[in-house]
Design a protein around this ligand. Structure first.
Ligand code: 3BY
Ligand code: FES
Ligand code: FE
Length: 409
């Protein structure tokens, strides 16, 4: 209750078009509320089907206090479980990824099958009902190669998003791709600062020399207003859709996700602008100049799908002023490193960009931690996407707290 009051009081000072009050970026109680009302309530992107191609392949992910394991079962289905043993609670799988016939707890060797059923527990005496001690399931869905989990007891609807996302992504065959490289960086900043930074390119020209070689600074590309009125964007959508690639902007009515395809100043995020990978990501999309298929889905995913590879970003909060950002580079499963691509060429632009963004977010956090900070106004020309994120956030927490989303004055 105290935390809710703190949040509501802070939000009374929030004005649309302005950055949030300081508490929302620094306060540990408000951070807990963010976890409860957003990260523990919404669908979260966690990884890709192609990371766990074989039966028994798994990856783990930590969402706030919840360790989760995502595993492919004997039947080929992908499931998620709470990664906490039903004996004394130990975490079961501790590596980031692996492959197992059974999920075996390292503490006393209780063993679970890939469907989460407890199959072995030594010397537990009687009565002992193993049938009731399976791993607790976490809601899990996969769409077009992207795996999602939801920690809520009653997850919100997923079908509408699935129906929207699938046609844009299916041509690109992400489910059949291969993870070529992954990087996780810890940014010393609140998760909302990470998102705010992502949702604009006002900072791109002064900070991202490598990215700016190919990524247009045009606000319509990063923002949410689309660009139907801009000839180069409208023309791109028309050409792409004629080629069978859905591209027009769709922003969900609740503001949680946006899909669109935007033109780039080249074919790929490389220093030359040429493809980094010789084999196209999908055999069915071989055209040049397709630009980037952009999806953001708050609070965990933004991504770029290009003709030759895809880069996906996952945002997971660690603490009030600490956030993990995991980047994955996906290529055609048959692309061979050193033959079809060089890892350096594939990754150098985004590794540099991520490091620049980390620094930006950390400086932003240090400045916001100052008691002298007061909310500043966003550029209406360049930062419309940030305003959209902030308003989505405010509406989502207020809805969760049962407040009507009338703007507090
Ligand atoms: O990764 C992105 O899509 C965002 C958009 C603008 C800044 N950043 C490059
Ligand atoms: Fe897992 Fe004991 S805590 S077997
Ligand atoms: Fe950036």
């Amino acid at each position: 209750m105290r935390a809710e009051q703190k949040l509501l009081t802070a939000l009374k000072g929030h004005r649309e078009g302005y950055t949030l009050p300081r508490e929302l970026y620094v306060d540990p109680d408000i951070y807990r509320l963010d976890l409860e009302t957003i990260y523990y309530a919404d669908w979260l992107f966690v990884g890709h089907d192609c990371e766990i191609k074989g039966i028994g392949d798994y990856f783990t992910v930590q969402v706030g206090d919840y360790p989760i394991v995502v595993v492919r079962g004997e039947d080929g289905a992908i499931r998620a479980f709470h990664n906490s043993c039903r004996h004394r609670g130990s975490r079961i799988c501790s590596s980031e990824r692996g492959s197992a016939v059974r999920l075996v707890c390292p503490y006393h060797k209780w063993s679970y099958d890939l469907e989460g059923r407890l199959r072995f527990a030594r010397d537990m005496g009687k009565p002992f009902d193993a049938g009731k001690l399976g791993l607790k399931p976490v809601a899990c869905e996969s769409v077009a190669g992207y795996v999602w989990v939801c920690l809520a007891d009653e997850p919100p609807d997923f079908a509408a998003f699935r129906a929207r996302m699938a046609p844009y992504f299916h041509p690109h065959g992400i489910e059949n791709a291969r993870l070529a490289f992954e990087s996780t960086i810890v940014e010393n900043g609140n998760w909302k600062l990470v998102w705010e930074n992502n949702r604009e390119c006002y900072h791109c020209a002064p900070n991202h020399p490598e990215l700016c070689l190919t990524f247009p600074e045009t606000p319509a590309v990063s923002g949410v207003e689309g660009g139907a009125d801009r000839a180069e964007i409208a023309g791109h959508w028309e050409r792409m859709e004629e080629a069978g690639l859905p591209s027009r902007l769709h922003l969900s009515s609740d503001g949680k996700y946006r899909l669109t395809r935007m033109p780039l100043l080249g074919d790929s995020y490389t220093m030359s602008g040429a493809a980094a990978v010789r084999r196209p990501l999908s055999a069915s999309v071989v055209e040049h100049g397709i630009g980037t298929l952009l999806l953001f889905n708050y609070p965990t995913l933004w991504n770029h799908v290009l003709g030759d590879h895809a880069v996906t970003f996952r945002v997971l909060p660690i603490g009030p002023t600490q956030t993990a950002v995991t980047t994955k580079w996906l290529v055609n499963a048959d692309a061979v490193e050193g033959v079809d691509y060089s890892l350096k060429e594939l990754t150098e632009v985004w590794l540099a960009t991520n490091d620049q963004d980390r620094r930006i977010v950390e400086e932003n956090q240090i400045g916001v931690l100052s008691p002298a900070y007061e909310p500043g106004s966003y550029s209406p020309i360049h930062e419309g996407g940030v305003v959209q994120f902030v308003e989505w956030y405010v509406a989502t927490v207020l809805r969760a707290l049962g407040e009507a989303h009338g703007r507090p004055h």
